[in-house]
Write a protein that binds this ligand. Structure first.
Ligand SMILES: C[S@@+](CC[C@H](N)C(=O)[O-])C[C@H]1O[C@@H](n2cnc3c(N)ncnc32)[C@H](O)[C@@H]1O
Length: 299
């Protein structure tokens, strides 16, 4: 049986509880073929020192579909009659989905103190609708944290403010959790007690996000490396694309960042992860410093 996690409780994905009795070895040649295939599909680049990780993650799925050789499984994913569906499981197998509520508080502070007021000022009095994209949202904690903070800090100041938050990812299991808005302790470990009480319903060890918050947030599958799909993402005021660029090489980062630039409105903002940088990737943005964080503005 595939593991149908209903709540985000751990950073690991599971592609099947079934472990094959299989001593398959990922040869260097097969590793290279797999790495090129995965890279072209979604930009994730498996460095040499991640060979074992790829090997063990593919093996679990191979056990489930009953294939005992890495080369044969690659053929199956590339050319099988159900290849689109199988790619779903491949994405589940190869992604790392670590995330939690209020992961980057300085960014959220910058958002409410500087970024949204600036965006609203640029839009003028007649337009009070903000669109935010949590790109590579994983199970939705980032998107909901943004919604909570907007509701809490900006609604009192801008009562007419309307906002829409879109979360996207390539892992269907974490997207299911995001849509449900149902979490375990692991995800809320950094959430301030006040917000927990106000915006979550706690039930049997689960924390369910309040429906008032949920109504402005939606989630869907989107591969950041898919040019056509990326072209459909337009008119965003702010994009959070955090802790995913680390899995890409420079060429893939340049491609994705350039698409995110196109997806932003003029004077829109981009936030990336704490350990990530646009240095050597893009000169199109203006770097802006905020207390304990930085952001990038499209000019
Ligand atoms: C470590 S999580 C980051 C979650 C969240 N942004 C945060 O900072 O807490 C990285 C996410 O990127 C997603 N991802 C990886 N490659 C992707 C791609 N090509 N397109 C969309 N999402 C991708 C993974 O599925 C995973 O959920």
């Amino acid at each position: 049986m595939l593991n149908q996690n209903t709540a985000s409780s751990a950073p690991q994905n599971f592609v099947g509880s079934f472990r094959p009795k299989n001593d398959a070895v990922l040869s260097d040649k097969a590793f290279e073929e797999w790495r090129v295939y995965i890279y072209n599909l979604c930009g994730i680049y498996f460095q040499d020192n991640k060979k074992y990780l790829l090997e063990s993650r593919l093996l679990k799925r191979m056990g489930y579909v009953g294939i005992t050789e890495y080369e044969k499984y690659l053929e199956y994913v590339k050319f099988g009659s159900d290849k689109i569906n199988e790619q779903k499981y491949l994405f589940e197998a190869i992604t790392i989905n670590e995330t939690y509520f209020f992961r980057n508080q300085p960014q959220l502070d910058a958002l409410v103190t500087n970024v949204i007021p600036d965006v609203l000022a640029n839009k003028g009095k007649l337009n009070n609708k903000i669109r935010i994209w949590s790109a590579a949202s994983s199970s939705g904690e980032e998107a909901y944290s943004i919604a909570i903070i907007l509701n809490e800090m900006l609604k009192p100041k801008y009562p007419n403010l309307e906002y829409e938050i879109v979360g996207t990812d390539i892992n269907h299991v974490v997207l299911d959790t995001a849509k449900k808005g149902l979490y375990r302790d692991y995800s809320i470990r950094n959430a301030p007690a006040y917000y927990l009480k106000k915006y979550f319903k706690s039930n049997n060890g689960y924390y369910e996000i309040d429906s008032k918050i949920k109504q402005n947030v939606s989630f869907k599958f989107l591969n950041l490396f898919d040019d056509l799909a990326m072209k459909s993402m337009i008119n965003f005021d702010v994009i959070f694309c955090a802790n995913v660029l680390i899995y890409f090489d420079v060429k893939a980062k340049i491609k994705v960042i350039s698409r995110l630039y196109d997806a932003l409105n003029k004077s829109g903002y981009l936030f990336i992860g704490y350990s990530e940088t646009l240095h050597g990737i893009s000169k199109a943005f203006k770097l802006i410093s905020y207390p304990k964080t930085i952001g990038y503005k499209k000019e």
